[in-house]
Ligand binder design. Structure first.
Ligand SMILES: [Zn+2]
Length: 240
């Protein structure tokens, strides 16, 4: 039986039989992996550290008949401080679930994996603004997946809108995939100049780059676009 070893983080888990769990793992090398974790709920289980979301480490998996079974797990990071702050835990869970929606089985995504771990680490171990961290995570993830909202040209007609600040006529259009000029989207939510400024600055920034002051409208806008995107359909039938 082929065995594979990979870094992984637990995205989801569900109980299964008396002592087992189904785990959904995100591996930078193999993308989404649904794995059975036999006996993981026994106190003596060697793999028990893999039992909860946010557990990150080295996983060993046995693959047989198209089914993966977790045979070993060495925890390197559990992001435990998140459990002590409900607000940050909620933001971290959003990032985790977002990855579960965009990654696919057998589709490596090391950039997104690194981004997720970097974001969770900063949420758990720094006092940086959590809403801003999640917004940076979402924007970078959406850019990597090719689903980020346009913020420099009208999403419909392609007209340059970078000089159109204070953005009086610009509006948000989820169906068009970004910010639209007033002619293309006469109705809908207007975009504030500060929101657009932050999004444009954050678009190509790393997690620790200095940006203009964060505006919550930018975070809200990114969530609206991400939730409107809906995610590609999962191809794996073995959802736990
Ligand atoms: Zn337009």
């Amino acid at each position: 039986m082929p065995e594979l070893e990979t870094s992984a983080i637990v995205l989801r888990r569900s109980n299964y039989r008396d002592w087992d769990r189904m785990l959904t793992l995100f591996s930078p090398d193999y993308g989404l992996i649904d794995a059975v974790a036999r006996g993981i709920r026994r106190p003596s289980a060697r793999i028990r550290t893999a039992g909860e979301p946010f557990a990150a480490g080295q996983a060993a998996l046995v693959v047989s008949g198209g089914r993966a079974t977790l045979s070993g797990f060495e925890l390197t990071e559990g992001f435990y401080p998140l459990r002590e702050d409900y607000g940050r835990l909620t933001l971290a869970a959003y990032a985790l679930n977002a990855c579960g929606r965009v990654i696919q089985p057998s589709a490596p995504d090391p950039e997104l994996f690194a981004l997720l771990l970097g974001t969770l680490g900063r949420l758990a171990y720094t006092d940086r603004d959590g809403d801003e961290l999640l917004a940076r995570f979402l924007l970078t993830m959406m850019r990597g997946e090719g689903i980020a909202p346009t913020v420099r040209v009208c999403a419909k007609c392609g007209k340059d809108i970078t000089d159109d600040v204070p953005a009086a006529g610009l509006r948000v259009s989820v169906p068009e995939g970004g910010i639209c000029c007033g002619a293309c989207a006469p109705y809908g939510r207007r975009v504030r100049a500060e929101t657009l400024e932050w999004l444009r600055a954050a678009e190509r920034a790393e997690l620790d780059d200095v940006l203009p002051p964060f505006v919550s409208g930018a975070g809200d806008l990114l969530r609206v676009f991400f939730e409107g995107y809906g995610g590609r359909p999962r191809t794996s039938p073995r959802r736990g």
